[in-house]
Ligand binder design. Structure first.
Ligand code: DHB
Ligand code: FE
Length: 267
């Protein structure tokens, strides 16, 4: 729809594209390469492969709009939990699980360090726990693949949705994730190669927190000791999202413990 906002964004995009062509004396052949890149991304994209978003991500665009959006939303001194990019591998309708559930499929995931993650979700202005927060979590298997990228993993492996009770607490069992490369056999990979950049992301776990009274939080937490913390291929790392996996004794289901609290901002 041609709202004033759509007109503004479209006009501005055209202006910057023309400036780009003029500043670089862009030739027809060079422009055609860009067209082919876009077409290839379109051909590649389906439910399992979100190449358009991947291209934006290696260009740092999703990370930039995340930062702009988060800044607009937070004006207070004590901030709610920082946001981070959604990434191309989110899936709707992850299975609803009870607190303390394990998101690891025991048959296919023999490797990987079992981790017990837990924390409290509070209102960042009052500090009070929030009941009824939907916590969506997802991460990769030890082979660096999300379940939809990997025919060997069962549907919805390493994904789940939990809902906090009165105490605002959540907990579940997962794996300690590892660094892995984003898919680099397509246009996103070509861009990385052109810039001599690697395709790796540091070990991370994704979250989407939702509650009707609060602004949703799309974020990721990062293993502080992971490789690539300093040079994430998609620029998503923020200091406040670095976490420490702690060796954990006394629970046969986990070798590591990961405490992390989230703070949400009301509308
Ligand atoms: C991207 C983000 C991810 O979280 C991921 O696992 C892979 C790729 C991305 O933004 O491109
Ligand atoms: Fe990811």
């Amino acid at each position: 729809k041609a709202t004033p906002r759509v007109r503004q964004l479209t006009a501005s995009l055209i202006q910057h594209l023309h400036d780009f062509a003029r500043e670089n004396d862009l030739t027809v052949d060079e422009w055609m390469l860009g067209v082919e890149l876009m077409n290839e991304a379109g051909r590649m994209s389906d439910d399992r492969r979100n190449e358009g978003q991947l291209v934006c991500d290696v260009l740092g665009l999703e990370s930039l709009v995340d930062e702009i959006t988060f800044k607009l939303a937070s004006d207070a001194a004590d901030e709610p939990t920082a946001t981070a990019i959604l990434g191309p591998f989110y899936r709707h309708d992850a299975p609803k699980l009870p607190m303390g559930a394990c998101i690891v499929d025991e048959k296919t995931n023999k490797e990987g360090d079992r981790t017990w993650m837990h924390g409290t979700i509070t209102d960042f202005t009052t500090g009070k726990p929030i009941e009824g927060v939907e916590v969506d979590v997802w991460h990769t298997a030890p082979n660096g693949l999300y379940e939809q990228q990997d025919p060997d993993q069962p549907d919805m492996n390493l994904r789940g949705t939990l809902t906090t009770g009165k105490d605002g607490k959540y907990d579940f069992y997962c794996l300690r994730p590892v660094p892995y490369p984003i898919p680099y056999d397509g246009p996103a990979g070509k861009i990385l190669k052109a810039l001599d950049r690697h395709p790796y992301r540091p070990a991370h776990i994704h979250f989407l927190l939702k509650h009707h009274g609060y602004k949703p939080i799309v974020t990721q937490i990062f293993d502080r000791n992971s490789k690539y913390i300093e040079d994430d291929a998609v620029f998503a790392v923020k200091d406040s999202l670095l976490v420490d996996f702690k060796p954990f004794q006394g629970d046969p289901k986990a070798d590591f413990e990961l405490p992390y609290d989230f703070k949400m901002a009301s509308f």
